[in-house]
Design a protein. Sequence first.
Length: 388
Amino acid sequence: MPAHKRAKTAQNNSETAIWIESGFAGFTNTINTGLQPGVARSGDGKRCTMSNKKIGERTFAFKNPPSVLGSACVGGKKEGEGPLRGEFDILNDDSFFGKETWEKAESEMQRLVLAEALKKAGLASPDMDFVFAGDLLSQCIGSAFGLRDAGIPFFGVYGACSTMAESLILACMSVDGGFAESAAALTSSHFCGAERQFRFPLEYGGQRAPTAQWTVTGAGAVIVGASDSPPFVTRFTSGMIVDAGIKDASNMGAAMAPAARDTLSAHFRDTGRSPDYYDLIVTGDLGALGSELLRELLDGEARLGENYTDCGLMIYSREGQDVHSGGSGCGCGAAVLSGKILRELREGRLRRVLFAATGAMMSPLSTQQGESIPSICYAVSIENDFGA
């Protein structure tokens, strides 16, 4: 066990002993006071709640904003041909990443991106308390198999393409809540694996609709922990399931834009901030159609200016790479956030960023049964000054 872990364990044991001696009786008394679940009293009888972190209806401010200790991103051949080529830590022209299947390739991306992020943070697996990870494959096998040898307590997360924001929120909650000193958030997607699972086998050679997006072969990882160094994750707005009745699996932007509008509207309403408070507002993967639809849906509530864009429009060249409406997939927002956005925050080129990743909560079976596509969006504030 690393020295700082041993010291923390000793400190926790000491604090526990003090609590047992001085506060246990007071705590025990709360069991019989008839308080509602989630509300307790300390040994001196004061109410202990988390209400001081909640802002408005759905937004929460971290009391001790976690710092981004390190981040990394991995990409495939097409990602290396795009405008963000120089932002990737690892690029591989082999879609199999040296493995036998595309699914195993995705697991390898997760293994690589976690190792690289830890290296950049100056940490190792034993230093980590938790890892929150997910992907698009059935039962999140990309994450489970990719991280089975990591030696870090694992939480599997599924939020479709919103998984990077969701896992980042959970990692930061664990740090801010005192359950972890450091935690990792990561996710991935693979074009070939996603196409096979959600649409058609590549061998089929079907025509892609103009509204279709290209699933990113990539992964991103962010390590958060207690530190005085920016950038800091300061606030988040939780997502709610929004279903606009869209059933076309080739039009994810239209399906997810209403969820993005719902969460962003709640964020601006809860915080009292306007869109121009942020240097950059970026959605995860609405693509060209979805991002324009979002502008229309928010118009009159919170007009998005030139500081708004979408990760699906950043990662590829629509004109030169034949990706139709842009990029998509868990790895899209994850790679752009973990690479370009966090680098520019560290360098001071950006000071305040609102990262709002969207996810289409569908499955192959739900599509086959004619279900519509419910969607969700989580928004995360990342800032260089958490006192703002």
